[in-house]
Write a new protein. Structure first.
Length: 596
């Protein structure tokens, strides 16, 4: 699709400033925007004086039209910086230092009330005023740019209410720039879901404005509503968020903009298979020093499940995940020779430190590991000698009498009484932690008899945490099934990323991505990405549906699991930006048409 605009400016608080999911959206599709707009694609984000950004932003001399606009803003104490964003494609970036314009915030807020009835009394600076101040400065810049390029067709896209000040400034001053407003989740929808309101069941009966005031989010809600209704084109990221926006913001989206991935940045299926084997070895090492001091189990007959995301216990479906695991545990305990499952919860929260007993276990385990490494050449020679000399090869032959005795001592030192911990870290207020209490309530206590063992891993996976030492993508690759049974998930990158890494996953029909791939769903057992029905379903039925997925998955043989991996990767590829970027161009072109 050919672009109708000559210039495209993409405005987000997360440009060169990683905060959440919008950062992923913009960075992963940047190359596609460059392919369409070439050097006339610009992202605009905030500049924070004193913050180190040399790894994200390389400052350059701006083109003449920007230089003139920057000078105009400098006279208003707004300083602008031009350069390239150091991501794939290195798009043009403009960062705006709005700190010198702060004295105008009350005037800006008064204008919001007079022109759009946005009530921003008693707001906090960092919560509301700061992004509105910044985005208003963006609007002033875009107005100055249009003055320098009067004959050019310009489109600007504004992500979330945080960028709304710019959009409202352009409309207040009748600046002839095509405007696209995108909400990735409605402010009120997320708030209601987080407060356990039956959002989708109550949508038609809610009074949005009253609810916004009830929960104290009226400034953001009213800004979002004003932007959705005044923009030339209003967009959301999914069908489910579109339904939400229609009821809560009083505006049906003009275009849906599904989120994509730049799948060429992910490994091929063959590469993913090799990495799975390698990284699974690293994860098994962690599981050995985590569980084996207490008891052992067959790691070769063990599947790794995980849930990852923000600590939104019900929104992210953590409650459903744990309860379904409890049911699976009871089923597997009744069966002979059944699979083992280790189920992770990778959800960051406030922690004190790694549990001391785990660090002791690791130290003793590494002692055993090092002693074997020291003997590796000798052991190799003994194996060769045993094979060539027709010797009976057992532990005593391989290690020798002295090392066998030393190894038994080291092994005895590793052994512990009690049960493996439910969490890798000591938590603040652990006795009231929802995840820990749900484990216990569902009989997931990590006893020797359990077939489903659980680990709450409450930190970000950085690759250097002194435990598994795997980063997020590595940990996914080492696993067999990613589980994301969300109640509130406007899009949901996690099952997409999991599939792109060649790992099967679970999503729901209340997740934007889940609804997107429903059209590709197969009736055979090679689902790749399973879609659990949640919409209009009672809680117990949702748990049973997820339990059925688990029960079926553990019965798959290795070849069937490989087929699931292939299908998961295929489904993730259906959301490549090569395909989905067309929707962005469609929205931009519509905005230009509506300017006429």
């Amino acid at each position: 699709m050919k672009t109708k605009a000559n210039y495209f400016f993409e405005v987000s608080w997360e440009a060169c400033n990683k905060v959440g999911g919008i950062y992923t959206v913009i960075t992963s599709k940047a190359q596609q925007m460059l392919d369409n707009y070439k050097f006339n694609y610009f992202v605009i984000g905030p500049y924070f004086p004193g913050k180190q950004i040399s790894d994200k932003f390389s400052q350059m001399t701006p083109p003449d039209f920007l230089k003139d606009a920057f000078e105009k803003l400098h006279k208003l104490d707004i300083n602008c910086y031009f350069g390239s964003w150091l991501i794939e494609g290195e798009p043009n970036a403009i960062l705006i230092d709005y700190s010198g314009y702060t004295s105008n915030i009350n005037q800006i807020k008064a204008s919001l009330w007079e022109k759009h009835q946005i009530d921003s009394l008693n707001t906090q600076f960092h919560d509301f005023d700061e992004p509105i101040l910044w985005s208003t400065c963006v609007g002033i810049l875009l107005e100055a740019i249009k003055e320098k390029l009067p004959e050019k067709k310009i489109v600007a896209q504004f992500h979330e209410w945080l960028a709304g000040g710019a959009l409202l400034h352009l409309k207040n001053n009748n600046v002839k720039i095509g405007t696209v407003f995108t909400t990735h989740a409605t402010m009120l929808g997320r708030t209601l879901a987080a407060n356990n309101v039956d959002l989708y069941g109550q949508l038609e009966n809610l009074d949005p404005k009253a609810e916004a005031y009830k929960y104290g989010v009226q400034p953001k809600f009213l800004t979002e509503k004003a932007c959705a209704n005044i923009a030339d084109v209003f967009t959301t990221v999914s069908e489910i968020t579109g339904i939400e926006a229609t009821h809560l913001l009083g505006k049906k989206p003009d275009v849906l903009l599904p989120n994509g991935l730049d799948t060429h940045l992910f490994p091929t299926f063959d590469e993913a298979s090799i990495r799975h084997k390698l990284l699974k070895g690293k994860l098994k090492r962690f599981l050995m020093f985590y569980f084996f001091p207490y008891y052992s189990f067959d790691l070769e007959n063990t599947l790794i499940f995980f849930l990852a995301g923000r600590y939104e216990y019900q929104n992210k479906g953590v409650d459903v995940y744990i309860e379904a695991l409890g049911k699976l545990n009871q089923e597997l305990k009744k069966q002979e020779n059944s699979k083992n499952v280790v189920a992770f919860v990778w959800v960051p929260t406030s922690v004190k430190e790694i549990k001391p007993e785990i660090m002791k276990n690791k130290t003793f385990y590494e002692d055993i590991e090092d002693s074997i490494k020291d003997m590796s050449e000798e052991i190799k020679n003994r194996v060769i000698y045993g094979i060539v000399g027709d010797k009976e090869i057992d532990v005593n032959f391989l290690l020798g009498e002295t090392l066998v005795k030393q190894s038994k001592k080291r092994s005895a030192r590793l052994k512990r009484e009690g049960l493996p911990p439910l969490s890798t870290h000591n938590l603040y207020n652990e006795e009231n932690d929802a995840v820990i209490n749900a484990f216990k309530a569902n009989g997931l206590n990590n006893t020797k008899e359990d077939k489903v063992r659980v680990i709450f891993y409450p930190i970000y996976l950085t690759g250097a945490d002194r435990l598994s030492d795997l980063n997020y993508y590595e940990a996914i690759t080492a696993s067999h099934l990613g589980v994301f049974p969300s109640y509130y998930e406007p899009w949901g990158y996690t099952p997409m990323e999991t599939g792109a890494l060649g790992v099967a996953s679970v999503t729901t029909d209340l997740a934007g991505f889940g609804r997107y791939i429903k059209k590709f769903e197969t009736k055979n057992k090679t689902k790749g990405i399973y879609i659990v029905p949640r919409q209009d379903k009672p809680y117990n039925e949702i748990v049973d549906n997820l339990y059925s997925v688990f029960s079926s998955f553990v019965k798959l043989n290795k070849q069937e699991r490989i087929e699931n991996k292939l299908q998961a990767k295929k489904l993730a590829d259906s959301a490549d930006w090569n395909i989905l970027s067309e929707f962005y161009i469609k929205a931009h072109n519509l905005a230009i048409e509506r300017l006429k």
